[in-house]
Write a protein that binds this ligand. Structure first.
Ligand SMILES: Cc1cc2nc3c(=O)[nH]c(=O)nc-3n(C[C@H](O)[C@H](O)[C@H](O)COP(=O)(O)OP(=O)(O)OC[C@H]3O[C@@H](n4cnc5c(N)ncnc54)[C@H](O)[C@@H]3O)c2cc1C
Length: 364
């Protein structure tokens, strides 16, 4: 089926129902596989008008709506079994200078990576967005959005000049509204709500406009912070070296050795040849009820961190059924590899250890 053939003539967007071969692909784009949606259909939209129509249609039919951009919700806000229609704005990806508003416009379906790239390649500017390139701007900016540059530049929301939102009134009529940070704007509260209020709360965001506070003029190069001339990107695999040049072969080999040692340790339970670096992030079940599995995960961490003087375990809540450990795994040669595993906890014990990118759902 071609893209054109799939377009719903009435409202112009693409409707994907459970019988459509693309349905599963859209369901599965979510980052957190713990939650799963089974909507009656998805609406793939590529314009604000299409969002307006899609919202009106869902409201008219009495179906619960949710909106998704990049699918990186950590909660089940989109992938909720109660949700009947999911509006997916990911086809809306334009990044351009809007002469009328004197600000750089970014559509809600652009990802963080696409936005960074477009801003840099077109004007050499930057917004302090988050650290993971696949996050969608739609759900990201409304949460405030922090990242590598936030100590220097603040939050992405600090640069939000305006937001276009599709809302629906009590009579079921949907429309789009642009809310700006201008003090005289009657919709200023709606703009403010999108500088940290979180996604999916006030309407469907279709577009953001960015301009530094106090910036003026019509040259986009001067309206946002200049991008750093160079940045040190590092992947822990290569011990903090820049990824610009490929790692020397001996490092590759030692990384492979570490992974092999780790895989072996997983099988045998003997972790004596594997060490963690000092900075360990522990995402696990901590509040809201019994702390199932924490003891086992801690014991595991202690075991694999033998010989490390200072293991700092940071904690965050995910839920009470699985934990996720993120850490830097350090070789005896001093090379570091990232480590991330899910632990499925059943009756207070580790029932399963599963690699991070394993696509199978955690809970069956
Ligand atoms: C691996 C990973 C790394 C992350 N790193 C960072 C980081 O460095 N900095 C940071 O600040 N955050 C980070 N986050 C959090 C991320 O910014 C939020 O989870 C964000 O809400 C994801 O947006 P999304 O569009 O990708 O997700 P989605 O799952 O599509 O949506 C998330 C939420 O936003 C709503 N939403 C999505 N699109 C729209 C829209 N167009 N209009 C209105 N509501 C919408 C959804 O309904 C849902 O409630 C990270 C998340 C993950 C999973």
């Amino acid at each position: 089926m071609t893209r054109e053939a799939a377009v719903d003539g009435r409202i112009g967007s693409i409707r994907i129902g459970p019988d459509d071969p693309r349905y599963l692909a859209v369901v599965d784009k979510r980052f957190n596989k713990r939650y799963r949606a089974s909507p009656d259909y998805f609406r793939l939209v590529s314009s604000t008008d299409q969002v307006v129509s899609a919202v009106e249609e869902g409201v008219r039919d009495g179906r619960r709506l949710a909106v998704t951009s990049g699918g990186h919700c950590l909660e089940g806000f989109v992938s909720d079994a109660e949700v009947r229609v999911i509006i997916d704005v990911s086809p809306m990806k334009r990044v351009y200078y809007d002469v009328v508003r004197g600000a750089v416009a970014v559509e809600a379906g652009a990802t963080v990576g696409e936005t960074f790239r477009a801003l840099f390649e077109t004007w050499g500017v930057v917004i302090p967005l988050g650290e993971y390139p696949e996050i969608g701007m739609g759900g990201h900016v409304v949460g405030g959005a922090f990242g590598f540059l936030c100590r220097q530049l603040g939050l992405a929301a600090d640069y939000l000049y305006a937001v276009e939102v599709v809302t629906v009134d009590g009579g079921g009529r949907a429309s789009s509204v642009v809310a700006t940070r201008e003090t005289a704007d009657p919709h200023r509260d709606l703009w403010w709500a999108h500088t940290g209020g979180g996604g999916g709360n006030f309407g469907v965001v279709t577009r953001y406009w960015f301009r530094s506070p106090g910036a003026s003029g019509d040259d986009p190069v001067r309206l946002l912070p200049r991008a750093p001339e160079s940045i040190t990107t590092f992947k822990a695999e290569w011990n903090g070296c820049s990824t610009v040049s490929p790692p020397p072969p001996q490092q590759k080999e030692s990384v492979a050795r570490v992974l092999e040692a780790y895989a072996k340790a997983m099988k045998t339970g003997d972790y004596s040849s594997v060490h963690f670096a000092s900075d360990v992030t522990f995402l696990g079940p901590l509040t809201n009820g019994p702390i199932t599995g924490e003891v086992q995960v801690k014991a595991f961490l202690l075991k694999v961190s033998a010989g490390v003087k200072d293991v700092r375990v940071k904690r965050q809540v995910i839920d009470c059924e699985f934990a996720c450990v993120i850490a830097d795994l350090e070789t005896k040669e001093g090379n570091v590899v990232p480590f991330c595993e899910f632990f499925r906890i059943v009756d207070g014990r580790i029932a399963e250890i599963r690699p991070y990118f394993d696509p199978r759902p955690l809970i069956r």
